[in-house]
Design a protein around this ligand. Structure first.
Ligand code: E4P
Length: 215
């Protein structure tokens, strides 16, 4: 499973990229609004830091408008993947855009059926929002595992991108469910690195190493 970073904060992206384990970034209007920056300029900055799929979201709601906006967004940089929310006009737009070779990340997926529809329309990625489903009293990871299974059964090339990840445990569960990608907030990535026994082990090794001459 690949890991993407779910943020528009360039400092977090630089820090995570330096670890060498991030292969893409996902943004959305909320994440960009939080930064108070120009969307296109920030996406181009991100593309300079991470050489992989960078998702940028369309805000149009009618099919023709989504297609026009997605073409503009896709032209920002060859690594840009355009996020389109799962709606009827969104599906029509995804069909047209994918036929043009524009890679689409279908966002705001909350059921396996929505994931299937997006895959049939030609989306490159579907993003089930695990945390938001959990918040609503459902089991978000079930949507991930069902989508993975359906795509395997019917040899659909669409990748399942587990989104709205809230904890390191979610990352493990997404990997075990067969998700192709998980996109995570920087805080979750940094939590994944740490373990109290690792910290204690390093402290002990350093204390013991202090008793002899350095190599
Ligand atoms: C995915 O691409 C979305 O940007 C993101 O995962 C949404 O997560 P949230 O539910 O924490 O806003």
């Amino acid at each position: 499973m690949r890991l993407f970073l779910d943020t528009a904060n360039i400092d977090e992206i630089r820090r995570a990229a330096a670890m060498g384990v991030i292969s893409g970034v996902t943004t959305n209007p909320t994440l960009v609004a939080r930064e108070g920056v120009d969307y296109r300029a920030r996406v181009l900055e991100i593309c300079d830091v991470v050489d992989g799929p960078i998702s940028a979201e369309c805000i149009s709601t009618e099919a023709d408008d989504i297609v026009a906006e997605a073409r503009r967004v896709a032209a920002w940089h060859p690594n840009v993947v355009v996020k389109v929310p799962l709606t009827e006009p969104g599906l029509a737009a995804i069909r047209r855009l994918s036929a043009e070779g524009i890679r689409i990340n279908t966002t705001l997926i909350f059921s396996a059926n929505q994931a299937l529809l997006a895959a049939l329309a030609g989306a490159a990625y579907v993003s089930p929002f695990v945390g938001r489903l959990d918040d609503a009293g459902e089991d978000g990871m079930t949507v991930v595992s069902e989508a993975v299974r359906i795509f395997e059964l019917f040899h659909l090339p669409t990748q399942v991108l587990a989104a709205s990840i809230r904890s390191p445990r979610h990352v493990t569960q997404a990997a075990l469910a067969g998700a192709h990608v998980a996109t995570l907030p920087a805080s979750v990535l940094f939590q994944m690195v740490r373990h109290s026994l690792t910290d204690a082990g390093i402290a002990r090794f350093l204390a013991d190493a202090a008793t002899y001459s350095p190599v």
